[in-house]
Design a binder for this molecule. Structure first.
Ligand code: AMP
Length: 446
């Protein structure tokens, strides 16, 4: 085989440096500490409520989202990253694939595919991962964003329709936001009724829309014909006074849906979780039935929804599965980060865990390898250690050590021979001599 000549990369000064694609961004330290804190706290809380983790693929068959989220929703009609995957053989048709814009559909697909309903038990699953929507980027709204979500789904015989499940999820969310340290959240709650309530409401909506439709935006005029419920998602300011006059879904609930909603509210009252009933809350995805909810944060500006969710009693059947009522939510991790950052700034708090416990400064190249061995000892004892460079002069070691760590451990010829280390604490300025065998323990004391 002829070998290809090696590619030689040269700096092209005429070319602009490549940047992250619009609406995507890199998450860098120390901000990633905050991300880890949010993810670790979520995992801890989910474990206490007996949820297990599920990881579904980043892309799925496009039909999954069309049939669950709904063709007429903003997500499916405008925001999905979809492509035709090349057919592997001539006999095969190209498959339309889509980067997941949300994760509930993927979880329910997995529930059906793995026949999880046959266990007869409720499935309590959580996920953490990126989602993709081609939205207009702004603060708190990205094209690649991250959701932390959970679903409770199962056969009716396992109690999946019980209002207690709704209340338990909402109570868990209140606990999670409190443990994350999110102050001042508000929970908005509504019921959008069952599949049997929906046709009566849609009829009333269509009747009311006859008069106002010509005054609405082009998107709404199309939705009037295709899916009138989605008119309620319109964000065009000029349309809002007309939309305000439309009948509210809460007025069309049958007795069963009313009782279900009353039981959710009563259970929340019993737990002391505060909520505000908002009869306009329908949420922009077709699969919701009965309970819908949103947690908002007053400090977030326009993109103030921290998380949203609701029941989806007919979703499994809509994508070809057995009857499997469920309820779930998705929390915007990006918005939790923004909220916690803003809170920390206002409290003047420093970034968490940003400084190492010690910076080891080998004072010459001869101590370099020994300093690596010392760093290994200390790290194995659980300390966060930065390792300096033996080619640095002592002044530079102090300068860098001061930026990276709370203390500096000097490792020169004398320390190597005597096994007594010189340690300086940057905050107090105190300098002490500590035998190497006691060093780990001494550094553990904050
Ligand atoms: P949804 O899946 O639309 O119900 O959204 C659930 C949550 O995900 C929202 O409350 C937001 O916190 C977050 N979210 C949705 N879209 C975006 C986006 N484009 N950028 C950042 N966060 C988002």
């Amino acid at each position: 085989m002829r070998r290809q000549p090696a590619t030689i990369y040269r700096r092209d000064t005429t070319m602009k440096a490549i940047q992250a694609a619009r609406g995507t961004r890199d998450l860098l330290p120390p901000e990633t500490e905050l991300w880890n804190h949010i993810e670790a706290t979520s995992r801890r809380v989910f474990a206490r409520y007996c949820f297990g983790e599920i990881r579904t693929p980043i892309f799925e068959d496009t039909q999954l989202f069309a049939r669950s989220v709904g063709e007429e929703t903003d997500i499916v009609s405008k925001e999905m990253y979809t492509w035709e995957d090349r057919a592997r053989a001539q006999s095969e048709k190209a498959q339309s694939l889509t980067l997941r814009p949300e994760n509930t559909a993927g979880v329910v697909r997995a529930y059906i595919e793995h026949k999880l309903g046959e266990t007869g038990l409720l499935q309590k699953l959580y996920y953490i991962g990126p989602q993709f929507r081609r939205e207009r980027p702004q603060k708190g709204r990205y094209r690649q964003f991250y959701q932390i979500g959970a679903e409770v789904i199962g056969p009716t015989s396992a109690g999946s329709e019980s209002p207690l499940r709704d209340a338990e999820i909402l109570e868990m969310l209140a606990t999670l936001l409190d443990e994350l340290g999110i102050a001042e959240w508000k929970l908005y709650l509504n019921s959008v009724g069952s599949a049997s309530d929906r046709p009566r409401y849609v009829l009333a909506l269509q009747e009311a829309l006859k008069e106002i439709a010509p005054k609405l935006c082009a998107d709404c005029q199309r939705r009037v014909q295709t899916n009138p419920l989605r008119v309620l998602d319109c964000k065009i300011p000029e349309d809002q006074p007309f939309i305000e006059t439309l009948p509210k879904i809460a007025e069309f609930l049958d007795a069963d849906s009313q009782v279900h909603f009353a039981q959710v509210c009563a259970a929340l009252d019993a737990c002391g979780v505060p909520y505000i009933v908002n009869p306009r809350l329908v949420r922009g995805l077709d699969y919701y039935t009965r309970t819908t909810f949103e947690f908002v944060h007053t400090g977030l500006g326009a993109q103030n929804a921290l998380l949203g969710g609701g029941r989806y009693d007919g979703l499994s059947e809509a994508i070809g599965g057995p009857k499997a009522p469920g309820i779930g939510f998705a929390m915007g991790a990006d918005r939790l980060v923004l909220t916690l950052q803003a809170q920390r700034e206002s409290q003047n708090a420093t970034a968490i865990a940003s400084l190492a416990d010690a910076y080891i400064a080998p004072l010459g190249e001869a101590q370099q390898v020994q300093a690596l061995v010392l760093a290994r000892e200390l790290r194995r004892a659980g300390l966060r250690v930065e390792l300096g460079d033996g080619s640095f002069r002592i002044k530079k070691s102090f300068e860098i050590g001061n930026r990276l760590a709370r203390r500096i451990v000097l490792f020169g010829e004398e320390e190597a021979q005597s096994s007594i280390m010189t340690v300086k604490d940057f905050a107090s300025g105190a300098q002490t001599k500590i035998p190497r065998a006691e060093l780990a323990q001494a550094l553990q004391q904050r």
